[in-house]
Write a protein that binds this ligand. Structure first.
Ligand SMILES: [Zn+2]
Length: 364
């Protein structure tokens, strides 16, 4: 119920919010006390840890079933067509959990299929973050359906090359917070409003910037990954790039991350939407990319003896996704009145939902 609330309020626009998504936004008082303590690894990743010596070792297997992606290669899957009108052959299911990540347990597991390249990239990046700095878990949202195609709540996510990932989050005391789609404000805080009509259940969080950057860094720095876009709200983009500089990332990674990350019209303040380019063998099978094709990616393709084919204008009607404003209005009528904190948040949100504040152009 509440989920549906937020869903309607925040989402269903452009890129990507799944019909079964969660979250709740809210206004955070400007000065939510931000704990400065380094987060302790208080919540181990979701895999069970054998603590009882008497227990037999857990059976081998892939959580959720399906092949172990580490035993496959790029020939397992083929992305056909464009992210907005395409489909997927041989979709590889992201395991429901693994080192450093979990597929959002609130989601339909059918929505966790991608190309092998995407699944491998996610698993490797999450594992790298976990290994370097254990104690928080990446929550992965929708990828595509097994065969791709139309997927409720998204305009894209059709060809196995789009994935939504939540920001790593921290609770007020600095401990890991079970991540969900909670909008992050320009000061890095957010509130899980839950029931939108009352403030009693509100929980303050903040984005775990070092880990979220570490994940982006792991993706961008891995030359095997053909990243096309990282859709994310402008102020989180800025935080991540600043963290990258602070953490000593190379000029090349910072430059590429700066080009890859951008805010589309739908703000993406509660998750990142990551899109991958077509793999070279998929291009030959009909995979279509969208501009811009970055020079470093063009070079890679050239080395593989192919060049990108770009999708033309949409030939099928764009799915009708409810606008945030209309959805908020409708919900307000339905529930009577929101907790004033929610109204205040929605008011503040206008500042970044409409336009990237730095004057950078929206990306597509
Ligand atoms: Zn998305």
């Amino acid at each position: 119920m509440r989920r549906a609330l937020w869903l309607l309020l925040l989402g269903l626009s452009a890129c990507d919010r799944a019909a079964t998504a969660e979250p709740a936004p809210e206004p955070a008082p400007a000065a939510v006390p931000a704990p400065t303590a380094t987060p302790e690894p208080q919540r181990p990743p979701d895999e069970a840890k054998a603590t009882d010596d008497a227990e037999p070792p857990p059976p081998e297997g892939v959580p959720g079933g399906g092949p172990d992606p580490r035993t496959l290669d790029g020939s397992a899957s083929t992305s056909i067509g464009s992210p907005t009108e395409g489909s997927l052959r041989g979709g590889v299911p992201l395991p429901l959990s693994g080192p450093g990540f979990v597929f959002n347990p609130r989601k339909d597991p059918e929505r966790r299929h991608g190309t092998w390249e995407v699944v491998r990239a996610l698993m490797d990046a999450a594992a790298a973050v976990d290994e370097a700095n254990p104690g928080n878990t990446l929550v992965v949202g929708d990828l595509s359906l097994e065969r791709g195609g139309d997927i409720n709540g998204h305009a894209s996510h059709r060809a196995g090359r789009d994935v939504d990932v939540m920001f790593y989050l921290l609770a007020e005391d600095g401990s890991a917070f079970d991540a969900k789609a909670i909008p992050i404000e320009p000061d890095g805080t957010g509130v899980d409003y839950k029931d939108l009509t009352t403030a009693d259940d509100d929980v303050s969080v903040r984005i775990d910037v070092p880990r979220t950057w570490a994940f982006v860094h792991a993706l961008v720095a891995d030359e095997r990954n053909a990243l096309g876009r990282i859709f994310v709200v402008e102020h989180v983009r800025t935080m991540l790039l600043e963290e990258g500089k602070r953490a000593g990332a190379s000029a090349q990674v910072l430059e590429r991350a700066g080009h890859l990350m951008c805010q589309p019209k739908f703000p993406h303040d509660d998750h990142m939407h990551i899109r991958f380019f077509c793999a070279p063998d998929d291009i030959e099978a009909g995979c279509l990319d969208t501009a811009p094709v970055f020079p470093w990616h063009r070079k890679r393709l050239k080395a593989a003896g192919v060049s990108a084919k770009l999708a033309g204008p949409r030939s099928t009607p764009r799915p009708t996704l409810t606008s945030t404003k209309d959805a908020a209005q409708k919900k307000r009528e339905e529930v009577g009145a929101f907790d004033p904190a929610v109204d205040a948040f929605l008011e503040r949100r206008k500042a970044w939902a409409k336009k990237p504040k730095t004057g950078r152009k929206y990306c597509r």
